[in-house]
Design a protein around this ligand. Structure first.
Ligand SMILES: [Zn+2]
Ligand SMILES: [Zn+2]
Length: 240
């Protein structure tokens, strides 16, 4: 039975996921206009490869210093800046067990990165894996939950289990850029390269900061014969 919207609003008042205020005309994302207003979407000019925004420049995208060194990831984009209400949402999602927040966060990605997805034409979505010890601690892989929502919206199948995190690593958030690279070096492996060979794959994670995790994943995937690796995240850290 379908209940009229007004009755549904009384039974289950649509509240903003971020500030818990009532949203009279709630869309499916359930983030109020005020919270969306406080959210900075990442728009150009960006590094055409890693998606780093050039905050002081106007005009067309070009390559940033890191990408001029020709690192393996083909292209990477994030929906929003890791700040404000979205940072709170991601925090609650990962550390507060609010797993239902995968929906609004992935819907945010699906909308903001729709044209990137069109261009990239991924054949498989690969969530960045957690080490099994971390998975046991947390009880879920946030990247996988996001990937599952994107799978439905973008009609691209999710592949799990083939890209694996084989080495325990410290949380990247406690480390500086240089240490992040060392920390994830050799942390991943591909189990069954044949399934991935020749494919265009899209890595999914919640936050990208230096990109070291994504690049490390890309390296093992490309070594396993993957044709192209692009990456998407909800948010981008380290951006003003
Ligand atoms: Zn709100
Ligand atoms: Zn770059």
């Amino acid at each position: 039975m379908l209940l009229p919207r007004s009755l549904l609003d009384i039974l289950f008042p649509p509240l903003c996921h971020a500030c818990r205020s009532f949203i009279p005309l709630a869309g499916e994302i359930l983030i109020c206009p005020e919270c969306l207003e406080k959210t900075s979407f990442l728009v150009g000019p960006l590094c055409t490869i890693c998606g780093t925004p050039f905050t002081t420049e106007k005009g067309r995208g070009h390559l940033c210093g890191d990408c001029l060194g020709r690192l393996p990831l083909h292209r990477s984009r994030s929906a929003v800046v890791f700040a404000g209400p979205v940072r709170d949402l991601i925090h609650g999602f990962k550390y507060g067990n609010r797993v239902h927040l995968a929906d609004p966060l992935a819907i945010l990605m699906a909308g903001a990165l729709a044209s990137f997805r069109e261009e990239a034409r991924p054949e498989l979505i690969l969530p960045v894996p957690l080490h099994r010890k971390r998975l046991r601690e947390r009880g879920f892989n946030q990247a996988q939950l996001l990937a599952k929502v994107l799978e439905k919206r973008w009609r691209v199948p999710v592949e799990t289990g083939n890209l694996r995190r084989i080495r325990w690593t410290d949380p990247q958030t406690t480390l500086d850029a240089e240490a992040r690279w060392l920390n994830v070096s050799g942390a991943f492996e591909v189990k069954n390269g044949k399934r991935l060979a020749g494919k265009r794959v899209m890595l999914v994670d919640d936050v990208l900061t230096t990109g070291s995790t994504m690049r490390e994943c890309a390296e093992v995937l490309l070594d396993a014969g993957v044709a192209e690796v692009v990456a998407v995240t909800v948010a981008r850290g380290g951006v003003q």
